[in-house]
Design a protein around this ligand. Structure first.
Ligand code: FAD
Ligand code: SF4
Length: 519
């Protein structure tokens, strides 16, 4: 239905799909008697990258739940559904039409999270009142101050600054436990016995509203990647809170230790895509949950003695540290950041990224899980799909589009720096001190993927050579002059220098075969 003309509208509050917070700055001074909300589902948000069906459902279903909740509170919501016959499919056109019909005195909006959307809205609505996004603990201005006069940006400097500023996990001026960072305690693998009985996360079976969206998405985006059979994500603030409480009680105690571990259940063990991770990223990114609440819950659990400090710190670092850091970086360095390609990588993304159809067990498992659930945990993203793309030399913008498409929690401000900076080193080390490169032996150490694989992670050449191991050495040879400028690559280059000319030549030949098979 088109919005009805409403000559009474004083302020029209535009709420985007990742701004589902009734306490945001857009609602300051909101008067339901004179003001109204406008929201629109537009196809371009699902097609500008080839979005996973679960990602589309998550956004649309959460938006419709938010709309329903506002209406229950007596708020007028002008809502454009995706399947309205005259829906133009673009935010720009929909907004122009709404402004013509509603003629509000003022259009109000919280700063959009993505550069692309902000530019689009600026073009559509001159004079729009942009209000600050209070969701983040570090504003863009504070981040700019942090950047000023620094030769080098590093998470660790930023994170310590945030700890001091907020007092989180601090005793006076000192970090709790006498250490800023328990990263070294956060790298355990499960070992032969596997993860045991990891408690299953609370699931939210789709209600009628969500099922209606699922039907719409299955019809409208039938050729999009991903499946919906397992869709059970939190879609409302209440469900997000339940997910948080369940995580703190059931999984946070082991989160720190096992956050990097990966595991593929064998035999009749049930599939376990969710280990000790929180599954909270999507809820936070849609603003269903405030990061302060998440951090406070983890800190409280530690202070009560329910979780070890290494786990609480490891988890809080992800949110107070990484999440705020990538947000600051994104806004400070866009739009140029998106085009970075320091390693001049040009290869196309292998087609199996969209199917999981590869003999490499680690990649096949991670991609199939991603297609089924719209989820993979951080190390699966960084050290399986990201690592292979980096070693192969995939164009950063191609793998960026893939990451933005396939995860339910994917929004550009967080996805782009993680991909361009952390995973692909395309920003030349602006974000992370060295490329995250490793051979198949790292994957063997951190998972059981290699056990069921036809390749051997120890071999770089020969019939059953692991493509990760082959490409690892190829990468070091390809970029040796560049990497030699980085002290932190010293050990890896020293090992490279031990290879004989004959071995190098054999690796280069094998790498060409791997590349040809991925083209
Ligand atoms: P947990 O492992 O339980 O971590 C807790 C929370 O910390 C997360 O919910 C998230 O909010 C935050 N967090 C953890 N690591 C990071 C990080 N590196 N950067 C920012 N926040 C972090 N995260 C997204 O939210 N959206 C994305 O689109 C996204 N794309 C990524 C792409 C790549 C290539 C990589 C390497 C990482 C990406 N991440 C992204 C970061 C991280 O992998 C996910 O936040 C996390 O896996 C989500 O699962 P979880 O909620 O169970 O997180
Ligand atoms: Fe992956 Fe290589 Fe291990 Fe196979 S052997 S699972 S390709 S790391």
């Amino acid at each position: 239905m088109k919005p009805k003309p409403n000559s009474q509208t004083r302020n029209l509050v535009l709420v985007l799909g990742d701004q589902l917070n009734p306490d945001s700055a857009a609602f300051d001074g909101f008067d339901p008697a004179q003001d109204a909300v406008w929201m629109a589902e537009v196809a371009e948000e699902s097609t500008h990258v080839w979005s996973h069906q679960a990602r589309i459902v998550l956004f649309l279903a959460a938006m419709r739940h938010f709309r329903d909740d506002l209406r229950t509170r007596g708020v007028t919501v002008h809502y454009r559904e995706l399947d309205a016959p005259d829906n133009t499919g673009t935010l720009h056109e929909e907004l122009l039409a709404a402004l013509r019909e509603l003629s509000p005195q003022r259009l109000i909006l919280v700063e959009p999270g993505d550069w692309r959307v902000r530019e689009q809205l600026r073009g559509a609505a001159h004079g729009v009142e942009l209000r600050p996004d209070r969701h983040f603990l570090c504003s863009s201005a504070d981040f700019a101050t942090h950047v000023q006069n620094r030769k080098q940006l590093r998470l660790e400097f930023f994170y310590r600054e945030m700890r001091r500023k907020t007092g989180i996990l601090m005793t006076g001026n000192e970090p709790r436990g006498g250490q800023w960072n328990f990263d070294a305690d956060n790298r355990a693998a499960f070992g032969q016995a596997g993860p045991g009985n990891v408690p299953l996360p609370t699931a939210f079976p789709p209600d009628a509203r969500t099922r209606e969206v699922m039907t719409l998405v299955r019809t409208r985006f039938a050729n999009h990647p991903g499946r919906l059979e397992h869709f059970d994500w939190p879609l409302t603030p209440a469900q997000a809170r339940i997910t948080l409480d369940d995580f703190i009680a059931q999984r946070l105690p082991h989160f720190g230790r096992y956050q990097d571990a990966m595991w593929l259940p064998s035999g009749n063990q049930p599939s376990r895509p969710f280990l000790y991770h929180s599954r909270l990223a999507a809820a936070m990114n849609l603003k269903l949950l405030d990061p302060r609440v998440v951090i406070a819950a983890a800190e409280y659990a530690y202070r009560e003695g329910a979780v070890p400090l290494a786990s609480a710190e490891g988890f809080i670092r992800q949110i107070l540290g990484w999440r705020e850091y990538v947000h600051g970086l994104y806004w400070h360095f866009m739009p140029g950041y998106a085009e970075s390609n320091a390693l001049e990588a040009t290869a196309a993304l292998p087609a199996f990224y969209w199917t999981g159809d590869t003999e490499m067990n680690c990649l096949g498992t991670t991609i199939r899980q991603t297609l089924e659930h719209g989820y993979a945990h951080h190390i699966q993203r960084l050290m399986i799909t990201g690592l292979f793309s980096l070693l192969l030399g995939v164009k950063p913008q191609a793998i960026h589009e893939w990451y933005l498409a396939v995860y339910v929690d994917a929004v550009e401000w967080v996805e782009l720096p993680n991909t361009i900076g952390m995973s692909q080193h395309a920003d030349g080390g602006l974000m992370a001190s060295k490329p995250y490169v490793a051979s198949g032996k790292y994957i063997q150490r951190m998972s059981n993927y290699c056990t069921g694989c036809r390749f051997d992670p120890a071999k770089a050449t020969g019939e059953n050579a692991c493509p990760f191991t082959t490409l690892y050495w190829d990468f070091l040879m390809r970029h040796q002059p560049y990497l030699a400028r980085n002290q932190r690559m010293g050990m890896q280059l020293k090992n490279l220098n031990r290879l004989t000319e004959r071995t190098r030549a054999a690796i280069l030949k094998q790498a060409e075969m791997v590349k040809a098979s991925c083209a």
